[in-house]
Ligand binder design. Structure first.
Ligand SMILES: Nc1nc2c(ncn2[C@@H]2O[C@H](COP(=O)(O)OP(=O)(O)O)[C@@H](O)[C@H]2O)c(=O)[nH]1
Ligand SMILES: [Mg+2]
Length: 200
């Protein structure tokens, strides 16, 4: 989840790539049915990575895609299902309700699902992200964050502030646009890179 352009689709693809490279299987679900080009974008990723994708048409009910994707993942015996969702402004209530519907669909299929509910935050935007994340937490419940676009010059200075406010685990950080540009977050390495401890 997250606002437009935060890096959700790219991050979903990167996660799928990590899972696949670890020898596990993954299905991707294209729940961004809102943006016209969204299906093409995730389809390109799925083909490139050789990952099974469940998608529907532009304008379709995103919760129905979530349902179909869950069924497909189950029938294929997949280890993971990753749902990419549409970007939305955190103050648009009807769109936030759509997320709640996706959650209900997942819970109906598996009472313990979703096992992870991740907000993707654009790290270059700093503290703007905090209000957003709170709203997503309220609408859906969040279990962690992935902070993207930390390959810029800012060196991720926003990370500490975001974490302090939200107290959600930072799972991964995005450091570029390629599949391999997603790293597990390592607090020690991060502190070293910010404060230059390794150089002393
Ligand atoms: N530099 C950089 N660009 C990224 C990163 N993650 C995503 N992007 C780019 O940000 C843009 C928006 O990403 P996208 O995944 O489509 O965002 P979404 O709208 O949240 O699905 C694309 O051009 C991505 O290639 C990152 O970690 N670093
Ligand atoms: Mg997207």
């Amino acid at each position: 989840m997250g606002v437009n352009g935060s890096g959700k689709t790219t991050t979903a693809a990167k996660l799928a790539s990590i899972i696949k490279n670890s020898g596990k299987s993954v299905v991707l679900g294209a729940c961004d049915t809102f943006r016209a080009a969204a299906n093409e974008q995730i389809k390109t990723w799925a083909e490139r990575l050789g990952v099974y994708l469940v998608a529907s048409s532009h304008g379709a009910d995103s919760a129905a895609v979530a349902w179909d994707a869950f069924q497909a993942a189950k029938s294929r015996g997949a280890d993971f299902l990753i749902l990419d969702t549409a970007g939305r402004l955190h103050n648009k209530e009807n769109l936030m309700n759509e997320l709640a519907k996706i959650r209900r669909v997942l819970e109906k299929n598996d009472p313990s699902a979703p096992q992870n509910s991740i907000i993707v935050v654009d790290g270059s935007l700093g503290s703007n992200s905090i209000e957003q994340a709170r709203a997503f937490d309220k609408a859906f419940g969040l279990s962690g964050m992935i902070i993207t676009k930390l390959d810029g010059t800012s060196k991720g200075g926003a990370l500490a502030g975001i974490f302090r406010q939200l107290k959600l685990p930072i799972l991964y950080i995005g450091l570029g646009e390629k599949p391999e540009d997603l790293q597990k977050f390592d607090a020690k390495a991060y502190a070293n890179s910010i404060f230059g401890l390794d150089e002393n």
